[in-house]
Write a protein that binds this ligand. Structure first.
Ligand code: ADP
Ligand code: MG
Length: 273
């Protein structure tokens, strides 16, 4: 792979507590290209959030190495650490702040609240249909709108890599479809590199360029599947009608069922059999 923005080599991690040791990650190695959208699927509790926390630098790996490469186009020799945005399952908006004051919170904390950035915040609120709600409190908005506000807060810090930890799982199915579609379009149009943890196989296939399947704990990489869908347009909803979609779904379902973490439905047999 030429010019990966992120490279993990042989990462291992265990949690140590008075109750004992929990091995979470085992020899994880992979690379992510600039602008790539990677999805990670795996059993609940296998180590997905641990992996994102290591990439975000919140916890150091126990062994192995992690490399970032961000070479500005105007000066490819100059390498620096990319900025990382981390979006979690819950929007973590503060109820006592308006939507506008929530989206600028990261800028305030990072002392980047310039007039240009304030202008950019208002532009993004307009682009993502939240401008007329900018003076409302989070409790007055739907779950999907709050997730969009959380994404704007993350995007305003202009991250090079976006980490998304099951960001749609608190939403109902219909909202989830439209918000994931919106958010995917936002990420694609801003050409961000994104790593999405999800347990929804359809979501992974329709959004990602590549899917890593993790084994049960301690997580190792079970397979790495590039996704190529022949569908016109760039809508994750339309992708579900691509002719290749079902093949990928079956392949992922098989990998996941082999890990024995999804109970296959029991099909009741008729009494006469
Ligand atoms: P996932 O995101 O795939 O559901 P996590 O990365 O959150 O899994 O957790 C992996 C394993 O590590 C789980 O068994 C979890 O209980 C354990 N774990 C997570 N955080 C801690 C912690 N702070 N201390 C001890 N064990 C932890
Ligand atoms: Mg998790």
């Amino acid at each position: 792979m030429t010019n990966p923005i992120l490279e993990l080599n042989d990462i291992c991690y265990s949690y140590h507590s008075p109750k004992g040791e929990t091995d979470a990650l085992s020899h994880i190695s992979f690379r992510v290209k600039k602008g790539e959208f990677l999805a990670i699927v795996g059993p609940s509790g296998c180590g997905k959030s641990t992996l994102l926390s290591i990439i975000a630098g919140l916890i150091p790996p126990e062994s192995g190495e992690i490399h970032f490469a961000s070479a500005p186009e105007e000066n490819p020799e100059k390498r620096c650490c990319p900025r990382i945005g981390y979006m979690l399952q819950h929007d973590h908006l503060f109820e006592w702040r308006t939507i506008y004051r929530n989206v600028i919170l990261g800028l305030e904390i990072n002392r980047q609240l310039t007039p240009e950035k304030k202008e950019r915040a208002l532009e993004l609120l307009k682009d993502y249909g939240l401008y007329k709600f900018k003076d409302k409190k989070p409790g007055e908005l739907s779950g999907g709108m709050k997730q969009r506000a959380a994404l704007i807060r993350t995007l305003l810090l202009d991250p090079d890599i976006l980490l998304l930890d099951e960001p749609f799982s608190a939403l109902d199915y219909q909202t989830r479809l439209s918000v994931s579609s919106d958010i995917c379009n936002i990420i694609r149009s801003t050409k961000k590199t994104a790593i999405l943890v999800t347990h929804d196989l359809s979501e992974a296939i329709s959004l990602a360029d590549r899917i890593l399947v993790l084994s049960k704990r301690p997580a190792r990489i079970k397979c790495d599947i590039p996704i190529h869908l022949t569908i016109s347009g760039n809508s994750p909803l339309a992708s579900r009608n691509a002719p290749e979609y079902q093949g990928y779904f079956n392949q992922l379902w098989k990998e996941i069922s082999d890990e024995n973490y999804i109970q296959l439905p029991q099909i009741a047999r008729p009494a006469s059999e």
